[in-house]
Ligand binder design. Structure first.
Ligand code: NAP
Ligand code: MG
Length: 402
């Protein structure tokens, strides 16, 4: 059979540790035998980031801007221990942070659902996708401890020196204060990414904040979403039969629990931080959570939500068998290939990606799975396999579908 041809390269960003091992296995076993894989390769492994003074990370993000679609392996964000371990020139920044700053995107995280790995909420039948705003609020806050009586005020000084003041609190006793901000442009970019992603995946969009209490700050989020929706997206949503829906954050958590899934939940920065861990756990396993960064101008970067699985990597280096779940990394590839196929009009490429997803799910539903899933599976005959065996089992399943 002829291999599927590609016209535009995918931006391929290699990474670290166990996920780097898996990356190569996926290419060797599941992609290269079937696709004439065309990628522009960037090695984001920590060693090469250090060698290039992290320029490779910047170059890879710019390549996504140029070509539109990238796929990224998990990478180490160095801490002090890594500086020693890899003898680094400096403690390089998080590659994801660098890429996000260049693309100005929103991260969407969704679980992959398979029969036999049940969500803790039994009536969740479809994935719930979290969209987290990645700028501002408490992540860019200034804080003070107040240890004596006095007045705390919010002061804004404009370029001409005019001051606007609001009393925060007249302290009679010790306490604390915090100053947070956000930017209309960032909120609008976030809203735009959410609306575009909803159209792209044909799912309803929910957004919530606390505008009843925060009548200026949170209300501004609500207004920016509402205005943009009316002006640019309402007609498109109606044409697809999907809805945009705003409510209060406490109302939305109740609705999420009662729902059957199948929508996008847009969250302010802090809400998204908390709720994405809640959902990942409630749906089963980190190894089954996908992640895609979408920029306001429609560039896509696909990856797994988990890290480099360091503990498994040390076992691997030690020659011991590992059973690392490659599903989220496989779905990063299929997401990117589907998008590339869609943008370039290569139906075969998108269809292949769909088949690979089906084969992956069928493998698990047939009982063959990695250790993390074997622990929580409700299936009667679980066959726990090692890292490579799992990928080979998916290949066997894929051959049946071709
Ligand atoms: P991690 O790699 O996500 O792994 C944490 C634990 O979760 C693992 O030890 C493993 O548990 C389980 N796990 C995660 N993914 C799994 C998979 N695919 N299959 C099976 N088990 C899985 O997080 P970490 O150990 O905190 O971080 C390791 C490195 O990853 C760090 O250097 C961090 O900077 C980096 N990181 C990168 C990204 C990214 O690039 N997007 C995201 C997060 C972290 P058991 O050990 O119990 O089996
Ligand atoms: Mg967090």
């Amino acid at each position: 059979m002829d291999k599927i041809r590609m016209t535009t390269p995918l931006v391929e960003m290699d990474g670290d540790e166990m996920t780097r091992i898996i990356w190569q296995m996926i290419k060797d076993e599941l992609l290269c035998p079937y696709i004439d894989l065309k990628t522009e390769y960037y090695d984001l492994g920590l060693k090469y980031r250090d060698e290039t003074d992290d320029q490779v990370t910047i170059d890879s993000a710019n390549a996504i801007k140029k070509y539109g679609v990238g796929v990224k392996c998990a990478t180490i964000t160095p801490n002090a221990a890594r500086v020693t371990e890899y003898n680094l020139k400096q403690m390089w920044k998080s590659p994801n942070g660098t890429i996000r700053a260049i693309l100005d995107g929103t991260v969407f995280r969704a679980p992959i659902i398979v029969k036999g790995i049940d969500a803790y909420v039994p009536h969740w039948k479809k994935p719930i996708t979290i969209a987290r705003h990645a700028y501002g609020d408490i992540y860019k806050a200034t804080e003070m401890k107040i240890d004596r009586p006095g007045k705390a005020e919010l002061v804004f000084t404009d370029a001409d020196g005019n001051e606007t003041r609001e009393l925060i609190h007249d302290f009679k006793a010790p306490g604390i204060i915090q100053g947070v901000h956000n930017l209309d442009a960032s909120i609008e970019g976030f809203a735009r990414s959410c609306f575009n992603f909803a159209l792209d995946t044909k799912q309803d969009l929910w957004f919530a904040s606390k505008d009843t209490i925060s009548k200026k700050y949170d209300h501004n989020f609500k207004d920016i979403f509402a205005d943009l929706y009316e002006k640019e997206y309402k007609a498109k949503f109606e044409a697809l039969g999907i809805t945009y829906f705003y409510t209060l954050i406490d109302d939305v958590v109740a609705r999420v629990i009662k729902s059957e899934g199948g929508f996008i939940w847009a969250c302010k920065n802090y809400d998204g931080d908390v709720m994405s861990d809640l959902l990942a756990t409630a749906f089963g396993s980190l190894g089954m959570m996908t992640s895609v960064l979408v920029s306001p101008d429609g560039k896509y970067e696909y990856e797994a939500a988990h890290g480099t699985v360091q503990r498994h990597y040390y076992k691997y280096l030690d020659g011991q068998p590992t059973s690392t779940n490659s599903v989220a990394t496989i779905f990063a590839w299929t997401g990117a290939l589907k998008k590339r196929g869609e943008l370039d009009g290569i139906a075969e490429l998108s269809a292949f990606a769909e088949k690979l997803e089906k084969a992956t799910i069928a493998t698990i539903e047939g009982g063959t799975m990695t250790g993390d899933l074997a622990l929580i599976s409700k299936l009667p005959n679980v066959n726990k396999v090692n890292t490579l065996e799992f990928i080979q089992a998916i290949r066997a399943e894929l051959e049946k579908l071709r």
